[in-house]
Design a protein around this ligand. Structure first.
Ligand code: SAM
Length: 333
């Protein structure tokens, strides 16, 4: 943790200032210690350089800690030498890469850090947080980065000063919370007046509700993570080539391939090295089958969330019937 982040932190329950106690520093960073709140008595431990606002029994997302520990690198453009995350990020925010430098950005649900990497590469100062231990993987990839501030915290109780960020974004996360609208609302105060809030949520398109993952999830989400992963790893090398062949059948290929229970992402074709396709399919399939919650929402619903919050310049669109994106500018308060 960089001490410079302290003025932007608050005890999420009382909204009061936090004080820093340091027991170990390395190259200027606080590695071990605590954040304390004099008025509420809260004590937030700092471990491995990360303030831990989440108690163990509040973390329903450890499947993601497990997932990102194994897979974060192949989704991080700079490490895997593709541009999937950069392209997606700049397709969804209103900013161009050249406009990011010097912005203060909040990333809600950062996982292993593929979008953290994009934002840091673009020159912004970044505050990232996630409910799960995925923050440790994110830190491993970005250790010592002078513009990166990482926290283990929940969207339900973000530990930041309201109105502090030029851009707040939350990608791939809200559908994995118990109540996407309630969790969206928790993010609203953190964009500055005129700042941007951008979210994406799985699409509630009727085609998606027929997806095989929804038939398997009642069982798969309860399996031990390692067992589920081993099962997917065993079938993926067989199912990925079958899915590819089936897709080549004129007209019927695409709908038929949707019956094969492995995630083979059309958008990735030709963009990732051929040898990584099976690994990507394992990741995407585990990502679909393991989360505790999978709660898609329609574009209409998401636009309503932004309207109800008084946002301006609301812009929304769908990506391949699978993902809904919405963003808006925070009103002057
Ligand atoms: C599919 S991953 C997406 C991670 C990252 N945004 C990305 O796109 O690579 C979903 C992430 O949401 C996190 N998450 C779920 N509920 C959360 C909450 N209440 N607060 C913060 N993060 C949460 C999970 O731990 C997980 O890392």
């Amino acid at each position: 943790m960089w001490e410079s982040s302290l003025p932007l932190l608050r005890d999420p329950r009382s909204g009061e200032r936090l004080e820093l106690e340091t027991s170990e520093r390395l190259d200027g960073e606080v590695i071990e210690g605590a954040l304390t709140c004099a008025s509420s008595g809260a004590r937030i431990p700092i471990r491995n350089g990360i303030p831990r606002f989440v108690k163990e029994d509040e973390n329903y997302a450890e499947n993601f800690g497990f997932e990102w520990d194994l897979f974060a690198e192949i989704q991080t453009d700079r490490l895997a030498r593709h541009s999937l995350s950069t392209d997606r990020f700049f397709n969804q925010v209103s900013f161009s890469p050249g406009e990011m430098k010097g912005l203060r950005v909040l990333e809600a649900g950062c996982g292993g850090g593929r979008f953290s990497d994009v934002v840091l590469e673009a020159g912004a100062e970044l505050f990232s947080f996630d409910l799960s231990n995925a923050v440790d993987k994110n830190r491993a990839i970005h250790t010592g980065h002078p513009r990166h501030h990482l926290f283990q915290a929940s969207i339900f109780e973000p530990p930041f000063v309201p109105g502090s960020f030029d851009l707040v974004f939350c990608m791939g996360v809200l559908q994995h919370t118990p109540d996407p609208e309630a969790f969206f609302r928790q993010l609203i105060p953190f964009a500055k007046p005129g700042g941007e809030l951008m979210i994406d949520v799985y699409s509630a398109h009727p085609k998606q509700s027929l997806h095989w993952k929804y038939a398997l999830r009642p069982i798969s989400k309860r399996l031990p993570h390692r067992m589920l992963l081993r099962g997917i790893e065993a079938v993926a090398p067989v199912l990925v080539p079958i899915s590819r062949q089936v897709r080549r059948i004129p007209k019927l290929g695409k709908p038929l391939s949707r019956l094969i229970p492995i995630f083979v992402h059309d958008g990735f074709m030709g963009l990732i090295p051929r040898e990584d396709e099976v690994r990507f399919a394992v990741l995407e399939t585990f990502d679909a089958l393991s989360p505790a919650y999978d709660r898609p929402r329609s574009l209409r619903t998401m636009r309503r969330w932004f309207r109800d919050a008084g946002f301006e310049e609301i812009h929304s669109f769908n990506v391949m019937n699978a993902l809904n994106v919405a963003r808006g500018r925070a009103p002057a308060r």
